[in-house]
Design a protein around this ligand. Structure first.
Ligand SMILES: Cc1ncc(C[n+]2csc(CCOP(=O)(O)OP(=O)(O)O)c2C)c(N)n1
Ligand SMILES: [Mg+2]
Length: 659
């Protein structure tokens, strides 16, 4: 391969990127111009991919953490033979094209994760590297390196400033994820101008401290130096690697080095000047020289051959280790609701008061016996969230086979890493913390929903029932927050049966994350709770004539049932609906919803120890709320419930008030 063709290909990436932004009159050309040489060097010389098999499990992962540089990855995907054609390139940022403003998982062949929120990509990628390390420990055999892919990240100054990146990198260093490699496009420019304005530390020294091997490439156009650094980084399997590559934003354009190129079209004249500076063979927009396509074809042939070699090795593995192979097939099988329903042992619980967090802990351990690919943990709250798998070891630098993850006190990165593990494949991941700290992981939970990653969030200590820790630890608005998020399923079970139902929803989810919202305090087992909880809402106790419907979730369902007893003594007909999940209820048929909440019954009371905001739809104009719209308080949990009005007497009075 001559150097000229490499340079021409790099310049093609630059030209396409500039043209894309110009045509769309929107986008970010500066970073693609500066980072094209490192991206191309990585993709051509190192990235082990086969666009003919874009979902190949052992492909190297490439994550563009600086998602605003999307023209860069779209140009790469086009040239490297992914399903991104010239019309997509020309349709950059337009409605219904495969080249949306920022990379979106599920839209574009070869895009491994949704990126754009800075730092998200790098942190998600750490999860992918954790998954690879675990699967390698679980499945690889001498002479059969089934899982040995690398995870590469391209990040920028913005990613390096975001706290989530530090969280994730600190863990990656601790875990010694040797196949995790970060390229840092270091151009000392962000939107407002020079990074001197707000960013002063020595980033490489920071990464050194995290436990990375670090490299500096002084000249971002020096592809030999970049190549050498990547080669060394790959060779160090004991530590993750961090390669700072100094570049100029908007390289080779007249605006080189200027923040003006960060997020605005260069302008026609500047694009002509750019192409002249590059000695580009044509001034035509979107020109790709035939020699570039021919070069790519040869290169992709080599990459395909590498894939075929892996496939051959994997075929040998199937024969040499049939049990392991069968396990891998099992790990990738879709779990059905039927199989979970049919296994009675999953649904047997003692009839005594237990906290739903503890019940969830039992369930996790039962599921771990039945399924082999659970992989999860907490942000330093395993004991409190009851998320430890008994008899399993901890995932660590010395033991990647461990299934219990320790994310450290890093909720934000934990959710991103959970997404990354899920995206990698073959594993059923869960993450856990106190529900109130859902605030700390929300941005990445949003990406779970956006990507449709079926990650399970175990969120415990779900109300003022927490008690003595006080208002900082008592969730109020978090349920409303997560319910407001499209494609996120919250599930707040009332007892053991409903807790198992919640886990059944989580285990079978394919296209959305599930948040299990669990109590710290004990709850009684309810006589009529049912597997119907998977429908989100169901009648747990009915009446011949229904004067009023009490709708409650979690710890408040038993209160509603107790109030019913009192109200019926006074001749009031009460239906109690347990609604662990509004989102699942909304997925049911109109007939079902009408059968549970008939429109004709307009006297309804919502009971939930949380913000009432999300209940309006069900309560209507003639109903009432027993909810909490202030912060909680410090005190014993049962005292707080009383003080905040969660008593039979108060609920009965509320009901009488609307009848
Ligand atoms: C979490 C988050 N905050 C803010 C933004 C908006 N934003 C997009 S790019 C950018 C600056 C990024 O700087 P850098 O990574 O150095 O990119 P460059 O200017 O070098 O292209 C900002 C603030 C974002 N995308 N994500
Ligand atoms: Mg920058």
């Amino acid at each position: 391969m001559s150097k000229n063709i490499d340079q021409l290909t790099v310049n093609t990436i630059r030209a396409l990127s500039a043209d894309m932004v110009q045509k769309a009159n929107s986008g970010h050309p500066g970073k693609p111009l500066g980072s094209a040489p490192m991206a191309y060097t990585l993709w051509s010389n190192h990235l082990n991919i086969d666009p003919k098999n874009p979902k190949w499990i052992n492909r190297d992962r490439f994550i563009l953490s600086a998602g605003h540089a999307s023209p860069l990855i779209y140009s790469l995907l086009h040239l490297f033979g992914y399903d991104v054609n010239m019309d997509d390139i020309k349709g950059f940022r337009q409605f219904n094209t495969r080249t949306p403003g920022h990379p979106e998982f599920g839209y574009t062949d070869g895009v491994e994760a949704t990126t754009g929120p800075l730092g998200a990509g790098l942190s998600t990628a750490v999860g992918m590297a954790m998954a690879q390390a675990h699967l390698a420990a679980k499945y690889n055999e001498p002479d059969f390196p089934v899982f040995d892919n690398y995870t590469f990240v391209l990040s920028g100054d913005g990613c390096m400033m975001e706290g989530i990146t530090s969280e994730a990198s600190s863990l990656a260093g601790t875990l010694g994820l040797g196949r995790f490699i970060v390229l840092y496009d270091s151009n000392s420019i962000t939107i407002e101008g020079s990074t001197d304005l707000a960013f002063h530390e020595n980033v490489r020294a920071r990464y050194e401290a995290y436990g990375f091997e670090t490299f500096l490439v002084e000249d971002g156009n020096d592809m030999e130096a970049i190549d050498a650094a990547i080669t060394k980084a790959k060779a160090n399997l004991n530590k993750p690697s961090f390669i700072e590559v100094r570049t100029k934003i908007g390289a080779l354009s007249p605006l080189e080095g200027s923040a003006k190129t960060h997020g605005a079209p260069l302008g026609d004249d500047n694009i002509v000047a750019l192409k002249e500076n590059m000695e580009y063979p044509s001034m035509d927009p979107f020109y790709v020289d035939d020699s570039v396509y021919a070069h790519m074809e040869a290169l992709l042939g080599e990459k395909h051959d590498a894939y075929l070699e892996w496939e051959k090795m994997f075929d040998g593995y199937k024969t040499a280790y049939p049990e392991k192979y069968a396990q891998w097939v099992e790990d990738n099988r879709e779990i059905t609701m039927d199989e979970l329903f049919e296994d009675a042992s999953l649904w047997e619980f003692e009839n005594k008061p237990v906290a739903t967090r503890s019940l969830s802990g039992f369930v996790i351990n039962r599921l771990n016996k039945k399924y082999n690919n659970l992989f999860g943990g907490a942000a330093d709250l395993a004991g409190s969230t009851m998320t430890l798998m008994d008899g399993e070891t901890s995932f660590s630098k010395d033991n990647y086979a461990g299934k219990n993850l320790h994310f450290g006190v890093r909720e934000h990165a934990m959710a991103a890493m959970g997404n990354g593990i899920t995206l990698y494949g073959g594993l059923k991941a869960y993450v856990a913390t106190f529900f109130v700290f859902a605030d700390f992981l929300k941005p990445m939970a949003r990406l779970s929903s956006l990507m449709g990653t079926p990650l399970t969030y175990v969120l415990t200590h779900d109300s003022i029932g927490v008690g003595e820790d006080g208002p900082t630890h008592e969730p109020i608005e978090q349920l409303t927050m997560l319910r407001a998020q499209p494609n996120f399923v919250t599930f707040r079970p009332a007892d053991a049966t409903e807790t198992m139902a919640g886990w059944a929803v989580a285990m079978t989810a394919k296209s959305y994350p599930v948040g299990l919202i669990l109590t710290r305090q004990n709850l009684p087992q309810l006589e009529n709770s049912s597997k119907d909880a998977i429908k989100g809402g169901y009648i747990i106790s009915d009446s011949d004539k229904v004067d009023v419907i009490l709708i409650a979730s979690g710890s408040e369902v038993s209160l509603a049932l107790d109030a019913k007893v009192e109200l019926e003594k006074e001749g009031v007909g009460v239906r109690v609906v347990s609604m662990p999940s509004m989102e699942l209820f909304e997925m049911q048929s109109d007939e079902y919803k009408e059968s549970v909440l008939p429109k004709a019954v307009r006297k309804r009371v919502a009971i939930e120890a949380a913000s009432g905001l999300s209940w309006g739809k069900y309560v209507g104009l003639e109903g009432a709320y027993l909810t909490i719209d202030t912060f909680g308080a410090s005190g014993k949990g049962d005292v707080l419930f009383k003080e905040f009005g969660f008593t039979v007497e108060n609920l009965v009075n509320k009901v009488k008030g609307i009848l």
